[in-house]
Design a protein around this ligand. Sequence first.
Ligand SMILES: [Zn+2]
Length: 301
Amino acid sequence: MFIRSFALAFILFASPAAQAWNAAGHRLSAVIAWQGMSPASRSFVSQALREHPDHARWLEKSGDGDAMLVFAEATTWPDSIRRDTRFDGATATLPGFPDMDRHSDWHYADFDHRGKRGRGQIDRQIAELAKILRSTAEISEIAWAIPWLAHLVADIHQPLHVGYSEDRGGNEVLVENPFAARQPFVKLHTYWDDLPGPSGLRGKRLRLRAEALLAGQARPVQGNVARWLQESRQLLPAAYPATRGSVTLLIDEAWRDQARAIADRRIAEAGQRLGKLLEDIQRHRVSRETRPAPASISPAR
Ligand SMILES: [Zn+2]
């Protein structure tokens, strides 16, 4: 019993807090977003991404260099910089970057059980990034902001990314998973992050899974970032297993199926909303560029 308790405590406190849908979740949202975008918006996004310092790596990871798959890789970038030594503090700021910070508090926002806001910036940063993308003329800044915006729109659809401060969005809740022989105890937050599928999901399997997710879902109301956050918070009661096992909360088959269905729906919603948001941003930019200059006011004679 002592060894078991020790093992549980180790999982809870020695491993770093997980803070994102895994890479499969982000790539799926990106592929779904792409389906809803016009050729003009797709080209706006892919041209900007070409200016990003990590474009070559995305191109390589995407396999065949397809613009949609490059975009899918780019949306995992805000997580990949967690392990990137350029963000350790000694590297000069890259072109278009506001700083060389990992911004780990952008991925979430916590609220206590009474609803009082705690740590995290996710909703504020989504609004800010959309504002930057509508207004900046700097292609390198657009290249920096698109991966961030796409990433955070997906994250805010994961209920535990706007979870309770008391358990740090499910990072301090251990659940028992009888369906995973190799990892029978897992942090609740990690369990949710991994629901989209294996993190190496790419290429044809990625396209097929995105198609299947989209086929099963109705088109969501677009709403705004406040609505997306509220929807995720309303899902929080369902995000915790209702059954108690001998040591901790226990995942049973019914809850597992329900959690999978919620994750599938939220990824499809995130993708469709992201597509529309990028479409709106691109249209706004075009209408701003083509708007006639204000007529000069000449004094009346
Ligand atoms: Zn994230």
